[in-house]
Structures are given as C-alpha cells and as structure tokens.
Design a protein around this ligand. Structure first.
Ligand SMILES: [Zn+2]
Length: 296
C-alpha cells in the first residue's frame, strides 16, 4: 500500500495539512501521547506476527537469528528494533514482499545486520524512487540479493519458498510459503476483508491481481494460516472471500461501464450492501470503483 500525495487535489490537500497541524499541536500539548509499539502474536513453529501499523510483519526464529518478512514504515523503526529484541539473535535475512514504503521502511535500519532479498523489480523501484533524494545514503535500503521467479531459503527448520507473481498489486510481488509450518505471507496480494490497492503505476493490474489471487487460492488447503499484507490473520476461506469480492465487484463495474455509465454515476450508485465494510480501510468504495473502472 502506498498513499499518493500527487493525486490529492489542492483544497483537499490544504484541509489535510490543516488537520495534521491540529494533530501536531494536540500531541505537543500532551506529553502522555504513547509511542507506537508493535503488537506481537505467536502464530506457530517459531513464527510470530508483528502488526499495528504499515504492512504485517512475519518473524521466523531459528537457533541462529531471525528471518523477517517485510518491516513496516521507516518512522516506526525504533518500535521495530524494540519488537525484534524479544527474539534470540540478530535479523539475519529480510524479505521484501514488494517495494512499498509500508513494507520496506525498515530496510535501512536492518541492513547492517541482515541480508535483504527481494524480486529484482523491488530493487529497481526502490532505486528509482530514492534517486531523487541525493542527501540519503540510499543504497543501504536496497535488497542485496534479487531473484526473478523466486528463491528458497532453509532456515529455522522451515523451507521458506519465496515465489514471484507477475503484475498484480505491483510488478514485484512475492508470496512467502513456510513449510512444513503451513503458514503463508501473501504481502499486498491480500487485504483481508478490505478492498485492495492496485498500484498500476508500479506495474500492477486488476486482472493480474485477480489471476494471482485465484492461483494462490488453488494452492492453499484448509490447514494453511494466511498472513495478509493488511488486515487480520486468516485462512483459505478468507482468500476465497477476497477472491469472490474481486470477481463480483469487478464484473459489476465492467457491466455498468459497458452499459455506458460514467465513473461518477457508478460511484454514486455504489456496489450494494453486500460489500459494506470492505471500504473501511485504505481504499474506500469510491476509490475501488475508480481503480477498477480505469484499469478495465
Ligand atoms: Zn503495497
């Protein structure tokens, strides 16, 4: 997930800036405002979920340090370091499921101790993004090892199979399977019970996303524990629900579009009561309709 400030209209941007100023004042007037800290949830077989802000983070403990899948927003790096102290040993490997800053913001902080791995497009996109900022030592934040179709690590008693999926949420999406634990981290190819963000500017596509979710669903069985990029831990049923939502809503939007309805008309009409609550996170119903409408 990645917010795009460039898409925000002038007056709305001013309103948001004002709102932020108000929040800033409230925080400075009240010293008791709590620092963010990650919520830690045991999954199984040495796997732990760190959640609460940014993308969901999975940590796998071995006798020899930890492997970390995604690492949150850069502004939460202190909280990340604090959360990692509960584990034995240093972060040895870091996997990035894709390049967005709410999943890779900890790369720089972890790069001294860990080897960072990601799909080659993750490195390309991080490099393209950060090259605009000449003041930063940007190379620290890039993956050290990149792969094309995937890579397999043997760590903490698990076979950690990392598989690239083509153009879905972005063009550098990886899914991480932990076997034999039967746990899978889907990155942002899964927003559990929420409309997803599709980053078309980063090589994502609605159709590609749906195809990837269908392929993932087919690979899972009822025992799998599913870690989404955003939202609560779920299972194959959760992936099926998400897949079904994508099929039904995109079909409905496509039909309205081909019947000649404008984007605004479809947004006004909405998608119906069935999908109430799916817009309660980052992508509301209007934005989901516009993502689908513009990419079909
Ligand atoms: Zn993302």
């Amino acid at each position: 997930m990645r917010a795009k400030l460039t898409a925000i209209q002038g007056p709305r941007w001013v309103a948001i800036a004002c709102a932020l100023l108000v929040i800033g004042t409230a925080e400075s007037a009240d010293n008791s405002v709590k620092q963010f800290s990650y919520k830690s949830t045991d999954i199984k077989a040495g796997l732990t979920l760190l959640s609460g802000a940014g993308g969901n983070i999975a940590v796998l403990q071995s006798d020899n340090g930890v492997l970390v899948v995604d690492n949150g927003l850069e502004r939460n790096n202190e909280a990340l370091q604090a959360a990692l102290e509960q584990f034995d040993g240093r972060a040895k490997y870091v996997l990035n499921t894709h390049w967005h800053g709410d999943h890779t913001g900890g790369n720089r902080a972890l790069s001294e101790q860990a080897t960072i791995l990601a799909h080659e497009n993750v490195r390309l996109r991080l490099a393209g993004q950060d090259n605009d900022d000449a003041d930063k030592s940007v190379a620290d934040a890039f993956p050290d090892i990149t792969y094309d179709d995937g890579i397999t690590l043997h760590f903490g008693g698990q076979t950690v199979r990392v598989v690239h999926f083509p153009g879905g949420h972005t063009d550098g999406d990886s899914v991480v399977y932990f076997e034999p634990a039967h746990v899978v981290h889907l990155g942002d190819l899964m927003f559990a019970d929420y409309f997803p963000y599709v980053d078309v500017d980063s090589g994502g596509s609605v159709t590609g996303y749906i195809n990837n979710v269908a392929a993932i669903e087919a690979q899972l069985d009822d025992e799998h524990i599913v870690i989404p990029g955003h939202g609560q831990i779920t299972d194959k049923q959760g992936v099926r629900r998400f897949h079904q939502m994508m099929i039904e809503t995109t079909t409905a939007i496509a039909e309205m579009k081909s019947a000649g309805q404008s984007l605004q008309q479809i947004q006004q009409q909405g998608l119906g009561d069935k999908w109430q609550g799916w817009g309660d996170f980052f992508i509301d119903e209007s934005r989901w309709i516009s993502i689908v409408y513009n990419d079909l």
